[in-house]
Write a protein that binds this ligand. Sequence first.
Ligand code: KIV
Length: 263
Amino acid sequence: MGVNMGITVRELLRLKGKRRITAITAYDYVSALLAEAVGFDVVLVGDSAAMVVHGYDNTLPIGMDEMRLHVRAVARVVKNPLLVADMPFMSYQPSEEEAIRNAGEFLKLGAEAVKVEGGREIAPLIAKLVSYGIPVMAHLGMNPQKFRVYGGYRLQGRDKEELLRDALAVQDAGAFAVVLEKVPSESARYITENLRIPTIGIGAGPHTDGQILVFHDVLGLIPGLEFKFVRRYLDGFGLMKEALERFKRDVLEGDFPSEKESF
Ligand code: KIV
């Protein structure tokens, strides 16, 4: 009897060139409920959790302990989208053994694939993970875990041939998709046209096979955070603040709870 696995890595490969791939990040029960209800193709438990959930100003501080909790919470909900867990900084760089153990743990917790940042330097690790049954999404262009080396979150991938060498290396190693972050549109188009596997862009223009954004950015949950490549669909912070102010006022004025809201 067939098992309904939802979106698989094979399905994503099949979608390339047929229709655009939709992806969003999620970190907890509510964001996962929303991602599932909308029906995204891919849900990424991103290490961006460090910034948008835990309030750090970069992604380096988050580790396996926090990411485990996020992956568990999201995996309880997400059924149809492909669930990808982001490998946090220093969970895969120190040794192959550590990388395999940590990636394997995410799969045991319910993730269906992991994401790692890097190109040629990480291709042998990608091949190893895939050979042990762990599907890998690669991440090229601006790698947030390398922001100290760049000296900020600078545009990368201006040299499209160089970027293609990395993209081909991760594809040949067995990655099933590649995130392209903060690269010129023209470079993203070139990579997309020259890969068999789908590209998923963030700040990479309109020519990638799919798009991903951070949940909190799309919904405007963090005041003052604005990026050129983000489209904000809601002033979530403003709307929630207004609702909480109304609750507070109702309490102060003795308007809550009413008879109907009491036993
Ligand atoms: O951590 C994250 O949310 C990501 C996406 C922005 C691609 O890596």
